[in-house]
Design a protein around this ligand. Sequence first.
Ligand code: NDP
Length: 280
Amino acid sequence: MTSPDYAVFGHPISHSLSPRIHAAFGKQAGIALNYIAIDVPAESFAASLARFANESGRGANVTLPLKQDAFRFSADVSDFARRAGAVNTLTRVDSTWRGDNTDGAGLIRDLTGRHGLDLRARRTLLLGAGGAARAAAHALLDAGIGELVIVNRSPERADALADSIGLPKRVHTRYWNDLADLGSFDLIVNATSAGVARETLALPFGLVAPRALCYDLSYGVAAFGFVAWARAAGAGKALDGLGMLVEQAAESFAIWHGTRPDTDPVHDQLRGELPLLATD
Ligand code: NDP
């Protein structure tokens, strides 16, 4: 067995679809690669990453809870990674790591490319203020949404995100307990990890404007509750984050290999295994 040249680091990581996705992209592009999942807690990440580089590591994806550490370990970061304050893609350059963040581009590619949606001027509610929410906020603002309201269980994290964005006329924060008083939104993005923890969000139906788009960054069973809520509230479209997952992987693949794979066959294969709802 040859040493791995690509990997995804996280903790836990056994559930990750990234090795399958990158293997499929590699096959499609005729590029032989050995991409594995490495389970490592934050305290061992630096040592594990150094070992990976010494063996033959050329690129790494990074997921929960290591994205901020990956940012610190990067000698150079892209403008978007700097704004998001997190790195999900590391590339070996000389004997250092360059950090990128492809989550934001993955989200926008899924929404505008795969689903053909126009995001411009949409009044948007972002639930959550963790790493994925940060990337989503910047990417959605870059894509031209209208007002952005950020609501997080811990309000100080929402305030910190809004402050770091620095667009006080366009970006506001509100308390979770005030959700029923916020009016309706054309786009609602669930960037909380509640679904992954099998917790249910109690969200008022009044948040959903007619023909609104509701998007959960998590996918599969973890998104069932939000997608079911959005449909019951009359959303025009309710989606999970499977498409974003495949698109952010394609962005990483393009950074490493200089060619962007065709994501549709890989997405469609996985969608067949992970329906949007148990009844689909
Ligand atoms: P973080 O741990 O950084 O943030 C978690 C967020 O969820 C925080 O805002 C937290 O609030 C909130 N939260 C957790 N539980 C609850 C709850 N019961 N009620 C309300 N809010 C809650 O995680 P990430 O930002 O990295 O990831 C968030 C989600 O996005 C995950 O489900 C992850 O799988 C998904 N994701 C999907 C990607 C894709 O490609 N599709 C890419 C990246 C992430 P608080 O601050 O109060 O703790």
